[in-house]
Design a protein around this ligand. Sequence first.
Ligand code: HEC
Ligand code: HEC
Length: 248
Amino acid sequence: MTGLGRNPVITLLAATGIVGSLFFADGVVASETGGDPEKGTKVFARECGTCHKVGPEARNGIGPHLNGLFGRRAGSLEGFRYSKAMREAGENGLVWEFETLDLFIENPRSVVKGTRMSYRGLKDADKRRHLLAFLRQFSDNPRDIPEAAPTLPEGPGFQVPESVLKMEGDPAYGEYLASECFTCHSKDGSDNGISPIIGWPPEDFVVALYAYKTGYRKHPVMEMIARSLGDEEIAALAAYLATLQPSE
Ligand code: HEC
Ligand code: HEC
């Protein structure tokens, strides 16, 4: 990617792959949930938080972590011991999407008879919409969800300091840092519902992280993560992730 600084908006759009969704969106997926993620935060804490974790560094607990949930096959997380019923539901084709989640949360056993999730169900449809809007933040793939594109505000754009773009990152340090990223992003470049981040030209990667760091590109989770990273860490991640190539 060249010409940075000249037209950062286009550079950014190209770097993040958002161009496609901005210009070719049919609005098919559109606003499925219409919920308010902020209200959903509270619903999650009250209804699900004792058993499930979501967000950076989320781990499996009593229930599986819920990062990258949308588009995930039921019962498919490595390292979590599901009930036989949940594993079989996934093998038979149950994939977590808005509709299947909505039903499951309303009444878990109506969707997966014999699930080990002992939860009475959330009957309030509005609360479910808010909850799903909250959870979707940890899954959104900007390429697939046209609605995500307008989170890029119109405006003057932002600058990435030249010195940062020129920085030589340490791939070994990057590898260490990247383990956190792989709780959401796939390591083999497959599309698990969240954009793959491996094999990017380092400059594009740095620009993408600065877009979140500066709040130019809005996404609460990625903004928080990008702000927690210093320039040296970003350069290290860029160097390491560029060495990984997607498997076919
Ligand atoms: C008492 C603990 C508990 C509570 C509360 C709970 N869950 Fe679960 N959840 C589980 C367990 C255990 C499983 C695994 C079920 C199985 O294997 O049959 C699970 C599975 C799931 C799955 C399937 C994930 C996968 O990888 O296939 C989803 C989705 C889910 N829960 C969402 C929620 C949501 C959303 C809430 C809040 C409304 C919630 N759960 C509340 C314990 C809980
Ligand atoms: C809790 C889940 C989560 C974690 C952890 C996470 N990300 Fe993300 N990341 C996302 C989501 C969701 C998006 C899509 C956000 C959007 O719509 O803008 C994203 C987007 C990105 C993008 C832009 C992708 C694109 O196609 O434009 C980059 C680059 C990125 N993340 C890098 C990282 C790095 C580096 C780390 C580790 C330091 C990391 N992420 C950790 C969830 C996560």
